[in-house]
Design a protein around this ligand. Structure first.
Ligand SMILES: C[S@@+](CC[C@H](N)C(=O)[O-])C[C@H]1O[C@@H](n2cnc3c(N)ncnc32)[C@H](O)[C@@H]1O
Length: 297
């Protein structure tokens, strides 16, 4: 990853490697259920996605979560990324799969939007999937890259739903603060922020011989030597660090769902030594490998 981050063609090589050996598949069923759960949480707050303006931080290679918001009836979805990573071939492939599975998806989306809305959106997608460059603007999905979520070209109070999926753990803490300051500016007073955060060791996703908190054994300097490049970087913040930052910025944390990894907790109890940076933390906090938050201004 370090070498690829340094090479001029590194971005392309990294993507080829991720497609072949990693987890970059563009499979819609790895993201649409996550988006449906977000829409359900919005409904549970007495609101809806239908007719809303949404903003995604960190589009990545395939804008699947924005496509999910489109299927749920959002009016417009702006998706921004620091790097222009969109893969049009994978996006077309994902749209094709969606176009070919209307029955399954109608069942899922029936839980979060009116049937007629879903059917109208699905019909447009079935007509347009073959040309994603044309379809995304028709679906009012605006892909903006390179663009920084901490400095957006959007008017104040113009967004209803600010969201990200497995992005925030890749962002250095000072930038994260900037992203949430900007979120407060662009969100309407009635707006919500929903973020799915994965504070686990991402090397463990493809190497099951290490634990989900393996990376917490390293000092910041050691970790910087291992992972300070655009592909591998993770900030290693724990769930409590995010919650503290939200409190400092006066967000209302309406929901904070955490998943504690049992194996990691057992390893900690058996003496797995974390770096001194993490020594004042509760064991459950250290072993938390998922944090889903819903915030309001
Ligand atoms: C793990 S990837 C995105 C995953 C994608 N959301 C998904 O659902 O699969 C994280 C992305 O966040 C982007 N990113 C990091 N910092 C950012 C910032 N300040 N503004 C916008 N995008 C950012 C990175 O360039 C990267 O493409």
């Amino acid at each position: 990853m370090k070498t690829m981050a340094w090479l001029p063609m590194g971005e392309t090589l990294y993507k080829v490697g991720q497609k072949r050996f990693g987890r970059l598949t563009g499979d819609p069923m790895r993201r649409l259920p996550v988006q449906i759960e977000m829409a359900q949480r919005i409904s549970a707050m007495g609101s809806t996605v239908v007719g809303k303006t949404c903003l995604e931080v960190g589009a990545g290679h395939v804008p699947l979560v924005p496509i999910g918001f489109y299927l749920s009836g959002a009016d417009r979805i702006v998706t921004v990324d620091l790097h222009r990573r969109i893969d049009w071939g994978m996006t077309k492939h994902a749209l094709k799969w969606i176009a070919q599975n209307p029955v399954l998806l109608e069942k899922l989306y029936g839980q979060v939007c009116p049937r007629a809305t879903f059917q109208e959106r699905m019909s447009a997608l079935q007509r347009g999937w073959e040309d994603p460059r044309r379809f995304l603007p028709l679906a009012r999905i605006d892909y903006m890259a390179p663009a920084d979520a901490a400095a957006l070209p959007l008017p104040a109070e113009s967004v209803d739903i600010h969201f990200s999926v497995t992005v925030l753990e890749h962002v250095p803490e000072p930038v994260l603060r900037g992203i949430f300051t900007e979120a407060r500016r662009v969100l309407k007073p009635t707006g919500m922020a929903l973020h799915v955060i994965d504070p686990s060791d991402h090397f463990q996703h493809t190497d099951r011989s290490i634990s989900a908190i393996n990376f917490l054994q390293y000092s910041d300097d050691e970790w910087a030597r291992i992972a300070a490049n655009q592909f591998a970087y993770c900030n290693r913040l724990r769930a409590s660090d995010y919650l503290k930052m939200f409190a400092e910025q006066s967000w209302n944390v309406r929901e904070a769902k955490t998943v504690v990894n049992d194996e990691s907790l057992a390893a900690l109890r058996a003496g797995f030594a974390v770096d001194q940076r993490f020594q004042g933390y509760e064991l459950e906090d250290i072993a938390t490998t998922q944090l889903d938050v819903l915030l309001t201004r």
